[in-house]
Design a binder for this molecule. Structure first.
Ligand code: G6P
Length: 613
């Protein structure tokens, strides 16, 4: 959600803050703000809109200072406007705070402070917290750092905060619970951010803060961390593996397009060092110690949200098919609030690109408290979910900046395939010939995805025909059902066309009523067990004058004759089709959104990393 960046050191803070906010803009982009201290003057600038709007708004105003904080907002409390933008002021306006997360008990705190004469300018929960902190400094006559600690003990909810105070021009105070926070340590300088992307170009040495920790970051001094219960902690400095190029568009018009095109490489990276078809080996080091748990598991539960949930659905088919373990796929937000039955011999697999999704994190904690084994499949190294799980496998897709997830999905499905194959091998639930066949087919996937990307011009042509649709239906069966859901999600989230994914056979139980000559129906009709059944579903659509755009296997004749347009993809094993068939759907959504003039990388109302429930 909101992006946080802060700097203290010898350089000018403002350019670092702006560049950092631009890197973080994928997290939230409805308003932005910065604050710097110059010679005991606190200069605060904030406005509705994107970081570019903030820069224009600031113009030639004084931005000097070697200490500062910056924020991009994704509104929770209060509409996006200049006043609700962060930084938020304390009552005296001597200190400001930026915040990511939600203070759940802000209502009662606000009421109580109002009774004591506090006047609040904004609708935010953030303003309540910074007022409370200043109140404690004044009433209890304690230093700011101690007041932060006392205040955070009264707060219910999630937060990552950074405070800048005119009275303390050489110090920043940062704290976190539930929302991520990383501190970069440079030469006589510190960087603080919601993730490592704004930090990587300055230093590779980072400390990931833990929940309920406060960092006291003083100019020229060592980083000090303690818990809100006043226990000193030794900062654990790690080395960042992220590469700067991964954060740039690299000549593409949008991050989303770049990330779609990266898939042959990112799928390969997800498999790198983990598979050898020649030697018949699948090896996932991260879960090696937990293989027995998998073998003895009576059930696997996937928990995830959004696109990651769709990857979980593919995981269901894979694990049931290959490893013969019953699977349930749960929306993390539903799972956590419905008193679920979780057994100690359940293996819970949490899937998350960002590794920060609040609902997924909470669902993990719940399953953990019931004694289950928790395995993570995350993209962001060192993220909260990666750290909250017992073990896991990173997807190694590289940073995904476009809000609509693309390469993360194919990387998740790749890792799930490897996991299911490994468990199936260990359990002996797969024949040796099938196992070897699937390993070599999996290794061939990146080259097949490469071939799909060559179809871009045709996909763009089809996009042009359907760009003005108001509704779209996506159909698939078996392994292609989750792909239908994912195709529909991609279209709706970036082009704002209403789209629904359905198991093809379910169409006649409702969506068929929507079909007329205006309705494009995207069908994944690749060769496989349900091919003939899907052909019948296509006929049902045609009979009602619906338009069929089908993803078919190279060389297909039957569907080609019926469909208005087809996009051919290389033949692969049925269980691996999602890795290939999702790619044309990603491209199709991308082109439609661009043609409709939508902001593809930052679709309205969405955020990349959803750190509030
Ligand atoms: C947001 C993003 C989606 C993502 C979902 C889950 O809604 O916009 O692209 O699939 O969160 O995020 P996660 O990081 O847990 O995979």
């Amino acid at each position: 959600m909101c992006g946080i960046v802060a700097y203290i050191g010898e350089k000018q803070a403002y350019p670092i803050l702006i560049k950092g906010l631009q890197r973080l803009e994928y997290r939230g982009y409805d308003s932005a703000g910065v604050a710097m201290i110059d010679n005991k003057t606190l200069n605060v600038y904030k406005c509705k809109g994107k970081v570019g709007d903030l820069v224009t708004f600031i113009g030639d105003n004084n931005t000097s200072g070697t200490i500062g904080i910056g924020h991009t907002r994704w509104a929770t409390h209060g509409v996006p406007n200049d006043v609700n933008a962060h930084p938020q002021y304390s009552a005296s306006k001597n200190m400001v705070m930026i915040h990511n997360g939600i203070i759940e008990n802000y209502g009662p705190l606000k009421e109580e402070m109002k009774k004591r004469g506090h006047v609040f300018l904004s609708d935010t929960d953030t303003e309540v917290l910074i007022h409370l902190i200043e109140d404690i400094v004044q009433k209890e006559q304690v230093k700011l750092g101690e007041a932060v600690r006392i205040a955070l003990n009264q707060v219910v909810g999630a937060y990552s905060i950074v405070i800048l105070s005119k009275e303390n021009p050489n110090e920043l105070f940062a704290a976190k619970k539930g929302s991520p926070m990383v501190i970069g340590i440079g030469e006589n300088e510190f960087f603080i951010a919601s993730d490592a992307t704004p930090i990587v170009e300055y230093t590779k040495n980072v400390v990931y803060m833990e929940d309920e920790e406060i960092a006291y970051i003083e100019r020229g001094k060592e980083l000090k961390i303690k818990t809100i219960k006043n226990k000193a902690k030794t900062p654990y400095v790690q080395e960042l593996e992220m590469k700067l190029e991964a954060l740039e568009k690299g000549g593409y018009d949008h991050f989303m397009l770049k990330e779609i095109y990266e898939q042959p490489r990112s799928i390969k990276d997800s498999m790198r060092g983990r598979i050898s078809s020649q030697m018949g080996i699948v090896n996932l080091g991260g879960i090696a110690e937990y293989e027995k748990k998998f073998m003895n598991a009576k059930r696997i539960i996937f928990i995830a949200c959004g696109t990651s949930w769709h990857a979980g659905l593919v995981g269901e088919y894979l694990f049931e098919d290959l490893a013969r373990i019953p699977v349930e796929v749960e929306y993390a937000s539903e799972f956590r609030y419905r008193n679920p039955i979780v057994y100690e011999d359940d293996v819970v697999i949490a899937i998350s690109q960002s590794g920060e999704t609040a609902d997924t994190l909470a669902a993990i904690e719940l399953a953990k408290s019931k004694g289950a084994t928790i395995i993570g499949i995350c993209n962001v190294v060192g993220s909260s979910i990666a750290r909250a799980t017992h073990a896991g496998s990173y997807t190694h897709a590289g940073p995904e900046i476009g809000v609509a997830s693309t390469k993360a999905f194919t990387a998740q499905v790749t890792v799930l395939t490897l996991m299911a194959l490994r468990v199936a091998f260990l359990k002996g639930s797969i024949s040796s010939s099938r196992y070897h066949e699937l390993l070599s087919e999996l290794e061939a996937i990146p080259a097949k995805v490469e071939r799909v990307l060559l179809k871009n011009d045709k996909i763009k042509f089809i996009a042009d025909i359907y760009k003005n649709s108001t509704n779209a239906l996506y159909l698939g069966r078996g392994y292609s059902f989750p792909v239908a859901l994912e195709g529909a999600l991609k279209l709706k989230e970036i082009s704002y066309i209403h789209a629904e994914g359905y198991p093809a056979a379910e169409m006649k139980h409702g969506p068929i009523a929507l079909i007329d000559e205006e309705m494009p129906v995207f069908v994944i009709a690749t060769k496989g067990a349900s091919y003939e059944k899907v052909v019948s579903n296509i006929q049902e659509v045609k009979a009602r004058k619906g338009k069929i755009i089908a993803i078919v296997t190279e060389g297909d004749k039957q569907v080609k004759e019926m469909a208005d347009y087809t996009i051919e993809i290389p033949e692969t094993d049925e269980i691996l089709v999602p890795l290939v068939s999702v790619v044309p759907l990603q491209l199709l959504s991308y082109h439609i959104a661009v043609m409709r003039g939508c902001n593809v990388d930052q679709p309205r109302n969405l955020a990349k990393s959803v750190t509030v429930e």
